[in-house]
Structures are given as C-alpha cells and as structure tokens.
Design a protein. Structure first.
Lengths: 258, 292
C-alpha cells in the first residue's frame, strides 16, 4: 500500500507581525531562524523561528509529529541535514558537528533518556565531559535527586523510569552547559516524580540556567515556563507568554487537540 | 583409549594455551573493533601477518630486535590501521555490516597477495630473543621459556585491555559510544576520533600477536589467513563484541583444541567449529553475548 503523503493542512505560517511576540529584557541566547531539517528524504522542519533569552524557560508545544523533538535535535546537530540558522550566543550552530555544538554550552536530555545499559549509574552520571566551568557538583546533583546516590553502582538501565529521568537530567547539569534542552522529561512518569522534576526545573531556573523544554503535558509546562511556542507541521505557528496562557486556552485546545 | 602419557597431555595443553593466547589477542581486537565500528574486520588476520613481517623488517633492515619489535610493530601497524580507517572504513559508517566485511575481506586478499608475491609461501625464520631461550624442567614436562612468556604476556595484555574498557573513564566513553554514538557525540566527545583510535588499537593488538607468533610459527604471508577463520569462530562462540567473552573463549578453545589433539587428533581441526555450531543452536548471541 503506498504511503499517503504527509498532511500539509497548515502549510502557510500564521507567523507574522500581527502576532504580538511577548518581549522580555535581554538579547536572545538562542536565536532560531528559518531552521529546516531532514531525516533522509523526509523533510521534517520547514523553517522554524523562535528564540530563547538568557535565564528563561521556554516550552515548545505541539502534537506528536509536529517537529518539536526534531527541533531540539537539529539545534544539537544530530539530524542529518539542516538549513537555516540557529545561533547560540552569536555562534552559528548549523554546519557544526554535535560535539562542537555541545562545547558551546548546549546540552540535550533526549526523550528516550539515553541511559547507557553497559554503564553503571555513576559512570552514566560522570560520562558527559565538562564543557564549561560552573556546572553543578556531584553533591549538588545528589541534593536534587537523592535516589541516585543510593543506586550509584547499579546498572544504568536497572533504574526505574523516574530515576532514569533524574539521571538523564542530572548528568547534563555537571557539564557547565548553560542551555539545557529537555525533551518530554515527564513522559510516562508518576505524578510525584513529575512534581519533583518540576521543582528541579524551577530551581535550575533560579540558578540561572536557560531551559528549552518540549512538553505534551502543558499543565506541567504551565508551572515552569515563561513563554510558549506552538509547533505544527514543522513550523512555529503561535507564541505567547505564560501570563497569557488563560486567554489562549481556547486556541491551545484547538492546536493540541485536547 | 585413555592410555595417554602425562608428557603428551601437558605438552598438548601447552600448545593449546599458546594457540589460545593468539585466539584471545586476535578475537579481543575483533571484539573491540566490532563494538565501536560495527565492522567485521576480515583484514585482521592479514594485519596480524603484517605485524609479524614488521618485526622481521625491523630486524633485517634496521637491526632492531624482538623487544623493539614488540613495541614498534603494534605502533606502526596501529598507525597503518588508523590510515585505513580514515581513508576507507570511515566511509562505510552507517551502512550494512556486509559492506565493511567485503571491504576488509578485499583488503586482506590484497595484503596477503602482495606479501605472497614478494616472499612466497614458505616461512622466514625469526629467532627467539636471547633472554627467552632455554626451557624449564617442570618434572612432568619441559616448558620452553619463550612459550611461557607468550602465554603470560598475552594474558596480561588481555586483562589490561579488559580493565581499560570496563573500569576506566576512557572505557566508559567507548562502551557508551558503542551503544549510542550520536548521543555521546552530543555530549561533546569527538566520537569519530575515538573510533579511529579504537581501530588503530585493535590493529595494534593483532600486530602484537603477530610479533609474539613470529619466533614460534615463523613469518609467513598466510599465517593470518590460516588462523583468522578459527578466530572468527571464537568470536561467534564468545559473543560478538563481548570483551571478556573473547578473552575467556580464546584461551578456553585453545585448550579444548589441545585436549582434542591428545584424545582424538582427527577432530582437532574441526572441534572449534562443532562447538560454534552447538553454541549458535543453543545460545545464538554467544556464551557472553548480550542479547540486543
């Protein structure tokens, strides 16, 4: 059976000057313009535009397949082919290899968490090399996630889902990266653990980390995010600040189909 | 039937241990390379042979003896391996195993053919170093010093490699990159460089085995081709990519071969393959393999 072509219902971006972009002070730490990405032959991102300012928590919302994860992966440089622009602190990342991008101070916590089964919890935690000074110490990470300290010698993938998520977040806090990209950190977790991760994100924000979050669960996102971008079909189609969340609820329900 | 002298038994066990040392060193290199590059390195036997020739050339051209060869040959061949990886194998990343297998098989044929063309099929002699000549009388058998050295040194190299991979930070990078290279790279590790060095290291191990073998088996263009088929059986039995598996299986199968030579010599060339077939039937991932 031939595969049906991808749906392109909303191919024209609703993005324009009429859409009031919420402004806060400070130059963008991450400025993404016209970012396109491909997986092999399939064109996933069709020109994504958004920015993240220093110290902000920005959330990408959107349905499955809207291109949120691909956006994070494209910024990180782990998607085959990219076009357009994604500047971090003025450095163009499109065209750099992912190890170079990481060294600029960007870290990704992938959706599948990426805990290594052939490494112990401690080895997983200590794996990512330091890319800049100013990361959390191991003790500080244990304060955030005491569970990890108990299980240091276990095999990484023997941890529960929640503990694996803590490990996946914890290990990128050590590196000194200042932009943390968290891909659906609450997916499949118990409410207690979702709360713990929410507190952690809020705490990291207070410490000056900048966070780009991908979430399906916008009740969770609404507790931590400063701003939202809504993605559909590989584009950003809307943006609003957390303060305007209530006013935009109707639209959001349409976008997300919830 | 079991009227066997202890003398014969132990000397065959010793031969088995010696062969086991070479199996272990070679299959260890194959395991490391397969883990990181996902390439079944069919050129491994040819590179082992070239390691032995390297020792021969170092002596005949530069006048550098065995101990120098033990250090220099793995380094030279390791560098040659890195050159192969950068210029050829590197381009096959992400393709099916088959492409790497075909490329390395082709390389093996080219290397063997070249050496056979210039040196024929008969062996070139390589003397046992002065310090290791002689033998110990153990009462029940004579133990040649050089053979004892080969077994002990191989075992030490194997265990050091195991330690480096399983217990150090560098090893953690290697293991992690074996599982998920793109994520390790996204943490800021230069994975392609690590892959090149790993291939160089695996080739270096093969060359080291070649130098160790030179005084025992002479230096012959086909010395690797004869051995590598058994080594692949060892890798399959131990489990593709398993470090400890390749070491233990290498030595164990050497011993099994030796024992077979004592009790049923006719089967000594096939016993490894019979075991391979049985292991594949019962435990397809190999004795130490992780089922993916």
């Amino acid at each position: 059976m031939p595969r049906s072509p991808p749906m392109r219902m909303c191919s024209k971006p609703i993005w324009g000057p009429a859409m009031a972009e919420p402004q806060t002070a400070g130059a963008p730490l991450l400025e993404v313009k016209g970012l396109q990405a491909w997986y092999g032959e399939s064109h996933i991102l069709h020109g994504v535009d958004f920015n993240v300012r220093k110290g902000e928590v920005v959330t990408l919302l959107g349905r499955n397949g809207a291109g949120k994860t691909t956006t994070l992966k494209s910024i990180m440089g782990i998607v085959g082919k990219r076009r357009g622009s994604a500047e971090y602190e003025g450095h163009q990342t499109v065209g750099l290899t992912s190890d170079r991008i990481a060294r600029l101070g960007i870290a990704l916590c992938p959706e599948e968490r990426g805990i290594f089964s052939s490494l112990s919890v401690e080895e997983n935690l200590m794996l990512p090399p330091r890319v800049a000074p100013g990361g959390l110490t191991v003790e500080q990470i244990f304060e955030l996630f005491p569970n990890l300290k108990e299980r240091l010698n276990s095999q990484g993938t023997k941890l529960s889902g929640g503990e694996q998520q803590m490990l996946a977040i914890g290990r990128i806090l050590r590196t000194g990266a200042r932009l943390l990209m968290l891909d659906e950190p609450t997916e499949g977790l118990a409410p207690v653990i979702i709360d713990q991760i929410g507190h952690t994100i809020a705490g990291l924000k207070r410490q000056g980390f900048t966070i780009l979050l991908v979430e399906q669960n916008f009740r969770f996102a609404s507790k931590v995010a400063d701003r939202y971008y809504v993605m559909e079909h590989g584009r950003v189609i809307d943006a609003f600040a957390n303060a305007d969340l209530e006013a935009n609820m109707g639209k959001l329900h349409d976008y997300l189909g919830v | 039937m079991f009227n066997i002298s202890t003398q014969a038994l132990f000397s065959q066990l010793l031969v088995g241990l010696i062969n086991g040392s070479f199996y272990a060193l070679l299959s260890l290199g194959l395991a490391v390379i397969f883990g990181m590059l996902n390439i079944i390195n069919f050129a491994h036997g040819a590179l082992y042979m070239m390691g032995a020739f390297c020792a021969y050339f170092l002596l005949s051209i530069a006048g550098l003896g065995y101990w120098w060869a033990l250090v220099l040959s793995p380094l030279i061949m390791g560098a040659f391996g890195m050159f192969l990886e950068r210029t050829m194998l590197h381009r096959l990343a992400g393709l099916d195993h088959l492409y790497g297998l075909l490329l390395t098989f082709g390389l093996a044929l080219i290397f063997q053919g070249l050496f056979q063309n210039y040196f024929g099929s008969s062996g070139l002699p390589y003397a046992i170093p002065q310090e290791l000549t002689g033998a110990q009388n153990l009462g029940f058998m004579f133990l040649p010093n050089y053979r004892a050295w080969v077994v002990v040194f191989s075992l030490a190299v194997c265990l050091a490699t195991w330690f480096a991979i399983e217990k150090t930070k560098l090893g953690a990078y290697l293991r992690a990159a074996t599982e998920n290279p793109s994520l390790v790279r996204a943490f800021g590790v230069n994975v392609p460089r690590m892959i090149t060095l790993t291939y160089g290291f695996g080739v270096g191990l093969a060359a080291l085995a070649g130098v160790l073998a030179a005084p025992i088996n002479q230096v012959r263009p086909l010395m690797g081709g004869d051995l590598i088929i058994v080594v692949f059986a060892v890798v399959v039995i131990g489990g593709m990519g398993s470090i400890m598996g390749s070491i233990v299986t290498g030595f164990a199968l050497g011993l099994v071969e030796g024992l077979t030579k004592v009790f049923y010599p006719e089967a000594s060339n096939t016993v490894v393959f019979v075991i391979m077939a049985l292991v594949l039937l019962v435990k397809p991932a190999g004795l130490f393999g992780r089922t993916a």
